[in-house]
Write a protein that binds this ligand. Structure first.
Ligand code: SAM
Length: 221
């Protein structure tokens, strides 16, 4: 597929799947018009990169549905000077979108193969305000805390305490939370004060499980 066709498909994705479903955050829309999502999916799925759904990537993981990426990022209510932590780099697509909106993005992934692939894509695109790390994101990334926004792209049984503690006062954390591994509610936690948090339930979602010290201990079959 040539570049002009891909640009057209991307513009249509943003209009029909995101704007028409009520997301009006201009910074999110602009970033999603720019980032070439087709470079973040395996080659054999490139013709479906702008479809309205998740797609398989390496290590039995998924790149999230474009609308879900937009919804989660919009809920962070970000500003250009912000610093954001993402847990669950996956393909690197959401981190790439975030990188077009804020000053610095830190992202953690538990599968090393995915870290390597995401890093290579960021370099190819010249997105130099993203740092990727291999590890357990439920522990956060204390070296760069506090974060204005934290987004978790996998579903845990509860909100990991290290992530709460690494959120700046006034910051927001968006995470799928549920008692079943693939059935969650998207929750937004706002840090109102040092020991004061407000939680809001946003919408039902179905993410891959968050595996780690403050997540699920292992993936169920
Ligand atoms: N944001 C990704 C994208 O744009 O492609 C989608 C991420 S995918 C839905 C969720 C990712 O979370 C998977 O790659 C999975 O390996 C990762 N993950 C699960 N538990 C994790 C943990 N404790 N720390 C870091 N990554 C984790």
């Amino acid at each position: 597929m040539d570049d002009s066709k891909l640009t057209e498909l991307r513009a249509r994705m943003v209009r029909q799947q995101i704007e028409e479903r009520g997301i009006r955050d201009e910074a999110v829309l602009r970033a999603m018009r720019i980032v070439p999502r087709h470079l973040f999916v395996p080659e054999r799925y490139q013709h479906r990169a702008y479809d309205d759904g998740p797609l398989p990537i390496l290590a039995r993981q998924t790149i999230s549905q474009p609308y879900v990426v937009a919804l989660m990022i919009a809920q962070l209510m970000l500003s250009p000077d912000d610093r954001v932590l993402e847990v669950g780099t996956g393909s690197g697509y959401a981190a790439a979108v975030l990188s077009r909106m804020v000053a610095q993005v830190y992202t953690i992934e538990r599968h090393e193969k995915l870290v390597t692939y995401a890093q290579a894509r960021f370099e190819r695109l010249g997105y130099d305000n993203i740092q990727v790390r291999h590890g357990d994101g439920t522990e956060g990334w204390p070296d760069h805390a506090p974060y204005d926004g934290i987004v978790v792209a996998a579903g845990g049984p509860s909100i990991p305490d290290p992530l709460r503690q690494q959120l700046a006062v006034g910051g927001r954390l968006v995470i799928p939370v549920g008692r079943k591994q693939r059935q969650q509610w998207l929750v937004r936690l706002t840090r109102l004060g040092l020991n004061q948090f407000e939680a809001e339930r946003l919408s039902p979602v179905a993410f891959v499980p968050l595996i780690g010290a403050a997540g699920w201990s292992q993936e169920e079959d």
